[in-house]
Structure formats: structure tokens, C-alpha cells
Design a protein around this ligand. Structure first.
Ligand code: NAD
Length: 439
């Protein structure tokens, strides 16, 4: 099929590359000239495992193209997928200015019947508005169908998730448009659920809000485990073995971040509020997350008292492993709080340092390795659970620190498996989340 994808961010690029991989001809369009220039050369502007290989392969086999020109990209396409950003506005609602502009801009280039599939996350009712915008602007002699096709990929495994999704949601008014979308996705062999447009929009928000709630729930259980002397890892495992609960998203830690959960939860709360619905459980999900992001700093203050002049190492800056995305990363608030309290912070992240510098600037220092970050530190904070941190020689790490103290915000180190010599390490202190500290 002939497909265009508007927006080459995490979602648009992964979608475009994967649709080319399953045999479609895909034009990816973005207004960002720098991105398009890099992509034309087969260089991905974002870090996503497996993306580079598929990008280069499909450019070479002539199925994947990049352009900043709507005219070139949209001409003769059967499906146009919209994957532009819908960031958070100041009042918590979704900022729909990019998607509205994209829809208005593309409408003047539509010459033939086409399906517009909205993959961007948009509040319930938005697609009706977008359809109206299209109808008002498009040539009246062509048929334009609008389909809601929300995306569920996770950054860090975007390619895998696109090729092996749990489900594809298609919200459509027209059976023909839904059938065409199913045909497009057929090679993926993924279960498809077809609904009306508003239900499809809601499935996305309800799913993300539920996952965020699950994270806040286990974090509250963790805080209780800590004071009661239980071990949240065992508790989560025991809970997760119950098929009605499931083990995913039960990892206690310092809260969720990223470009989706925080903004989608707030957008759903905004929608509820504007319809006079008190979505109490979701309000509390946000409040718990805000507290949880501050947890390591709170623990450091109760351990050290005055943080002035102390030096702390941050392990990880990205909001989660396997991505360079810094949007709403807990590392931002942790760095800010620590420096405000007079501490010096040196951070190490395997891939997110350049993006972190754009946000944190020179308020903190950046190291080239975990050991360099830990050198002379009074304590280290595990902020992102990058697999490489689990492989570290902890004894060697403690050796270079000023004080052998770890605040583990992601429970990556397991005291039971740290060898006994480490437990006897002079002065070693270990503060996990939801488990007894080792002092
Ligand atoms: P992103 O910020 O990484 O990328 C958006 C891209 O759209 C940018 O490259 C930008 O230049 C481009 N763009 C903006 N206006 C444009 C226009 N008029 N024409 C063409 N391109 C334009 O965003 P993202 O993370 O890929 O998210 C896109 C959408 O998908 C959002 O609605 C998001 O909520 C949703 N979503 C994201 C994820 C995720 O994990 N990132 C997962 C599921 C859904």
C-alpha cells in the first residue's frame, strides 16, 4: 500500500519503518529539516534498539522515503497516518495545536480518496473536530475517512512493540475504512479490535492511566513495606502470579516519567474535570508519583541532614532504560532538589547525556562512566535501571567513593545476591525502595 506518515518522532518513525518492513511504500514527512536530512542518510535522530538496521534496510530496498514536503509525501497515498506530538498544555490539557495545523496543512494537498489515521494520542472527541476541519477544507469531490488508530508502543522497545503489538485498535465510522486499515496491518498478524472512534480514543487514555495507577499503587505498597519490614519485590512477585493482577508494572521505584504517562494522565484528568467528573483515584495517582520522585532526596536528607557540600553520583538520566528521552525524567527533579540543597551532582547515562544537557545545563556535571561519576561521591543514587548498572563490580564502585552509600531508586541491586564480603564492607549502607535498608 502507499502510505504517508506525518511526524518522525518515536511513534511516527517506528511506525513508518515497520510498515516499510512489512512491504508497504512509506513516505515519512516532518517539518524538522534537520531530522529529515539525517533520516535520508539512514541516521536515526533518536535512540531506539533495532531502529537503525530497519531504517537503512528499507531505505536501500526503496520502500522508505523522507521529505519535508507535504505535496511530495501526500500525493497518491491511500492512508495518511498522523503521529505528530500532542504535548501537555499549561492547564494539563493536551495541546492540539500541532495536530490541528498538520490536518489543516495536509487538507489542501488531498486530491484523491484517502484515509486519515490518527495515531497521536488525542482526547475523546478530538477526531470528530479534526474530521470537521478536514471536511471544511477538502475538495468536496473526494472521499476522506478519518480513523482513530492510537499507539501503544513503549520507548526503548518501539520496534519490537510495533512488530509484535498486543493489539491494534481501530476506531472508525466507515466499515470500508476499517477494512483498509486491517489490510494494512494484516502482515503483522496482530489481534485487532474495532470500535467507534470515541471508544478507540478512550482505550488509549484508559490504558495509560491504568498503568500509571498500577505504578503508583505498588509504590504506595512499597512505602508501607519499608515501615513494616516487608520486601516489596517478594510482595509484587506474589501479587503478579495472580493472573487477575499480572506481574507487569509492579516494579516499585521512584515513579513514572516519560513523554506519555504524565501528560496522558493529566489530560484525562482535565477531560474528567471539564465534564464535572471527579476522577479521584487518578488525582491520587499523580500525587503519589510526585511524592515518589522526591523519595531518594528525602532519604538522603534523613541520612545526611545538611546536604551542602556533599557530592552525589546519579546513575541514569533518561526516564527509563534503552532510550535517550529525558521528557519528565525523575532525574530532572532529583538533580534540581539536590543542587538547591547545596549538593554537587555528577551524572552518568549511557545515551541520554546530550539530551540531559539541554535541560539541566551546567547545573550538574556529566561523567563518561559510572565509575567516574561515583569517584569521591558521598553517595550514589540509582535513578534509571540501565542493564549495565547491574553488571557493575559493586565493590570496585564503593572503593572509588568517599562514602560507600547507595540509594537504589530502582531496586537494581539485590542485597541477598551481593556477596557477603560486601555486606561486611566497612561503612556500607544500602537504601532500596520498599525493602529493609542495610546499614
Ligand atoms: P515526538 O515529539 O517524538 O515527535 C513528533 C514529531 O512530529 C516531531 O518530529 C515533530 O517535528 C513532528 N511534527 C510536528 N508538527 C508537524 C507537522 N505539522 N507536520 C509534520 N510533522 C510534524 O512525539 P512522539 O513521542 O512520537 O509522540 C507522537 C504522538 O504519539 C503523541 O501524541 C504521543 O502522545 C503519542 N504516543 C507516544 C508514545 C511514545 O512512547 N513516545 C507512545 C504512544 C503514543
Amino acid at each position: 500500500m502507499q502510505i504517508a506518515v506525518l511526524g518522525t518522532g518515536y511513534v511516527g518513525l517506528s511506525t513508518g519503518v515497520c510498515l516499510a518492513e512489512i512491504g508497504h511504500n512509506v513516505y515519512c514527512i516532518d517539518i524538522d529539516e534537520r531530522k529529515i536530512e539525517l533520516l535520508r542518510q539512514g541516521i536515526s535522530p533518536i535512540y531506539e534498539p533495532g531502529l537503525d538496521e530497519l531504517l537503512q534496510k528499507n531505505i536501500q530496498n526503496g520502500r522508505l522515503f523522507f521529505t519535508t514536503s507535504y505535496e511530495e509525501g501526500i500525493k497518491n497515498r491511500e492512508v495518511i497516518i498522523i503521529a505528530v506530538g500532542t504535548p501537555q498544555s499549561e492547564d494539563g490539557s493536551a495541546d492540539l495545536s500541532y495536530i490541528k495545523k498538520a490536518v489543516c496543512d495536509l487538507s489542501s494537498y488531498l486530491k484523491d480518496d484517502v484515509i486519515i489515521a490518527v495515531k497521536s494520542t488525542v482526547p475523546v472527541g478530538t477526531n470528530d473536530e479534526l474530521y470537521q476541519l478536514l471536511k471544511d477544507r477538502c475538495n468536496k469531490n473526494i472521499r476522506v475517512d478519518l480513523v482513530s488508530n492510537p499507539e501503544f508502543l513503549r520507548q526503548g522497545s518501539a520496534i519490537h512493540d510495533t512488530l509484535h503489538a498486543d493489539r491494534i485498535v481501530i476506531g472508525a465510522k466507515s466499515e470500508e475504512a476499517a477494512a483498509k486499515m486491517k489490510e494494512m496491518y494484516l502482515p503483522l498478524q496482530v489481534p485487532i479490535i474495532q470500535t467507534d472512534i470515541r471508544s478507540a480514543e478512550m482505550i488509549k487514555y484508559a490504558s495509560n492511566a491504568f498503568l500509571a495507577m498500577k505504578i503508583s499503587y505498588i509504590n504506595e505498597i512499597a512505602n508501607l513495606c519499608e515501615v513494616l519490614g516487608a520486601n516489596v519485590n517478594d510482595v509484587a512477585k506474589g501479587m503478579g502470579m495472580d493472573k487477575r493482577i499480572g506481574g507487569a508494572f509492579l516494579h516499585a521505584g521512584i515513579g513514572y516519567g516519560g513523554s506519555c504517562f504524565p501528560k496522558d494522565v493529566k489530560a484525562l484528568l482535565h477531560t474528567a474535570k471539564s465534564h464535572h467528573v471527579d476522577f479521584a483515584i487518578l488525582k491520587e495517582t499523580v500525587a503519589v508519583n510526585e511524592r515518589q520522585r522526591r523519595l531518594l532526596v528525602k532519604k538522603a536528607v534523613s541520612r545526611f541532614g545538611d546536604l551542602r557540600g556533599k557530592k552525589f553520583a546519579l546513575f541514569g538520566l533518561a526516564f527509563k532504560p534503552n532510550t535517550d528521552d529525558m521528557r519528565e525524567a525523575p532525574s530532572i527533579i532529583i538533580s534540581k532538589l539536590l543542587t538547591e540543597l547545596g549538593a554537587k551532582v555528577t551524572a552518568y547515562d549511557p545515551v541520554a547525556t546530550e539530551n540531559a544537557k539541554k535541560i539541566l545545563g551546567d547545573s550538574i556535571s556529566y561523567a563518561q562512566s559510572a565509575y567516574e561519576a561515583a569517584r569521591d561521591a558521598n553517595a550514589l543514587f540509582v535513578v534509571t535501571e540501565w542493564p549495565e548498572f547491574q553488571q557493575l563490580d559493586v565493590k570496585a564502585l564503593l572503593d572509588v567513593m568517599k562514602q560507600p552509600i547507595i540509594f537504589d531508586g530502582r531496586n537494581i541491586f539485590d542485597l541477598e545476591t551481593l556477596n557477603s564480603s560486601l555486606k561486611a564492607y566497612q561503612g556500607f549502607e544500602y537504601y532500596p525502595v520498599g525493602k529493609r535498608a542495610f546499614i
